[in-house]
Design a protein around this ligand. Structure first.
Ligand code: G4P
Length: 528
């Protein structure tokens, strides 16, 4: 087997999806602990502290910096290499999160035992479903009272539309939490408080029938869990690897992240069953991970901490081949061959200069605005990966300049910041307005702050009469021309030069669509 195949098979690249506060940060910390990246735990906390102070500009700045380092966390575990891609915490940063999900091979869903399936989880799950991403589920905070495990599984099945296969099952909950049973090995792992910073997860008994266990947890409790399991095993699905890999079934684990309970069972199962990198589609053909030539795509761009140097880090997910420092690759969008120097890897906690990286890994490439989200890089032949979406923004504002002489800087700033992908920038065909679209309100504040800080432009954002945006596509050039003429008032060009319809109201959008059969109005645009 080639080095590329071996390394690709070892990789597990995933993201955690959850509603805020379900325990993503805490679980991340514990996973890193098992991966031996203990020093990292502190920075995850730091990021979280910053995240909670959203109105504080310094905190935002800090968060940007820290999140570059914790955007990708790589650690070895049991002979495998795990890449955990962080999804931004703000409910606001939706679009970024969605794109991170295009760069992973599987996901881990964290659910709060008391709250069950929450709104943001539902949204993220919809995105996972677009690619049939395999999902494991961790039901967290078992040390607190919550919904009954059976009800939770029902809820996941009915609300998220995915079959549940419990792999561990709780013995008690809240004050009465005694442990979990592993339904595949039969082992019972007892819950002990205060073990949250040690690697050993719990005291282990071979099975529910172990007499020592009865002595430990008492006969009534044991009987209770036996009865429950009888019910559950009759009613639920056994773990089916194929159903999991095709996104139809989710293995479910119970535990308490903060107490480091049930986490190792999850990680061990994950390492064994979660998929290694799979082939991915490009505009010309499918690319297999074990191909010798390097290929990959950029799913995220982040400006660097230092505002004096306007450099940015482009995060590239490697899809095939081997990356070596200083190698050259084609960038199909520009048609150029570029040198990939100064790439970062994210091993353990530190940003390090990458000497090599393999399929499933993410590298950070420094650049000065020459790389955009959705860009592909490939060695030997031009390959453009598909499936990295740009979502239609839901909020719009017109940029207003305090000093009209700074128009050029403003345009440049808006265009460059929109390359990072959190905002989108539109120039109407019929006016000189500069319109910014975003998925969350906070983005406008962030952009105003950064325009001033990084571009020296004092701008504010004011209401504009736009409700929604649709990218326009039409195979028939004549029809498109006609459409353009008739609707010029509502048409804009986005930062990538694509035609976009900015509708003042939903009704207007509907009418425009009805009047132009044959013209497509797309709610997402794939990066070309
Ligand atoms: P998030 O990243 O998904 O937003 O969640 P995070 O890990 O920050 O956890 C949210 C809160 O839930 C934190 O409390 C965290 O300590 C707590 N938590 C996480 N796992 C468990 C668990 O297994 N049991 C219990 N009881 N709580 C858990 P906080 O008060 O917001 O922060 P902190 O002051 O404890 O750090």
């Amino acid at each position: 087997m080639s080095d590329v195949s071996l390394e690709a098979l070892r990789r597990r690249t995933f993201a955690i999806i959850s509603h805020p506060d379900a325990g993503k940060t805490t679980l991340t910390e514990k996973l890193l602990l098992f991966g031996g990246a203990i020093q990292m735990a502190g920075s995850v906390k730091g990021r979280k502290a910053a995240r909670h102070a959203t109105s504080d500009w310094m905190a935002l700045e800090k968060e940007r910096g820290i999140s570059v380092t914790s955007s990708v966390m790589q650690f070895p575990y049991e002979g495998r290499i795990v890449n955990l891609l962080d999804t931004p915490g703000h409910a606001d940063f939706g679009e970024d999160t969605y794109r991170v999900l295009t760069a992973v091979d599987s996901a881990l869903m964290v659910i709060d035992v008391a709250k069950g399936v929450e709104e943001r989880t539902i949204k993220l799950m919809e995105v996972c479903r677009l690619r049939d991403t395999p999902i494991m589920t961790f039901i967290n905070k078992l040390d607190r009272e919550g919904k009954s495990p059976v009800d939770l599984l029902d809820e996941v099945e009915s609300v998220l539309g995915i079959q549940c296969a419990p792999v561990t099952w709780p013995i008690g909950m809240g004050q009465r939490l005694k442990g979990v049973v592993h339904l595949i090995t039969g082992e019972v792992h007892l819950y002990e408080q205060g073990r949250n910073f040690t690697r050993q997860d719990s005291t282990i008994f071979a099975s529910l029938d172990d007499p020592a266990l009865e002595a430990r947890i008492g006969t009534p409790m044991l009987q209770e869990v036996r009865d429950e399991l009888e019910l559950v095993q009759g009613a639920s699905h056994p773990f089916d690897p194929a159903a999991y890999l095709s996104g139809k079934q989710t293995p479910v684990f119970f535990g308490s992240a903060v107490n480091n309970f049930g986490v190792q069972l999850l990680l061990d199962f994950f390492i064994e069953h979660a998929p290694s990198p799979k082939p991915r589609g490009t505009t010309s053909r499918e690319v297999a991970p074990y191909e010798q030539h390097l290929s990959g795509f950029v799913f995220k761009i982040q400006a660097n901490m230092d505002p004096q140097h306007r450099d940015r880090v482009a995060f590239m997910r490697i899809c095939s081949g081997k990356f070596s420092a200083g190698m050259k690759a084609f960038q199909p969008r520009t048609g150029k061959e570029v040198k990939l120097a100064n790439a970062l890897t994210f091993m353990a906690s530190d940003r390090e200069i990458a000497e090599s990286a393999w399929p499933g890994d993410v590298i950070g490439i420094h650049n000065h605005g020459t790389i955009s989200i959705g860009d592909s890089f490939s060695e030997g032949e031009m390959l453009s990966f598909t499936g990295i979406p740009n979502f239609a923004p839901e909020l719009f504002r017109r940029a207003r300049l305090r000093d009209p002489l700074k128009l050029k800087q403003l345009q440049k700033g808006l265009a460059q910041l929109s390359e990072e992908g959190a905002t989108q920038f539109f120039r109407p065909l019929m006016s000189n307005d500069l319109i910014l679209g975003a998925v969350g309100m906070l983005q406008f504040d962030v952009v105003a702050y950064r325009l001033k800080d990084e571009y020296g432009v004092d701008a504010s954002f004011e209401q504009v009469n736009v409700a929604t945006a649709r990218w326009i596509k039409c195979a028939d050039a004549k029809k498109l021309e006609e459409f353009r003429d008739k609707n010029a008032m509502n048409l804009s060009i986005d930062a990538a030069g694509e035609l976009v319809y900015l509708a003042p109201t939903r009704v207007n959008l509907q009418l425009a669509q009805e009047r132009a059969p044959g013209v497509q109005f797309l709610a997402t645009r794939e990066h070309a």
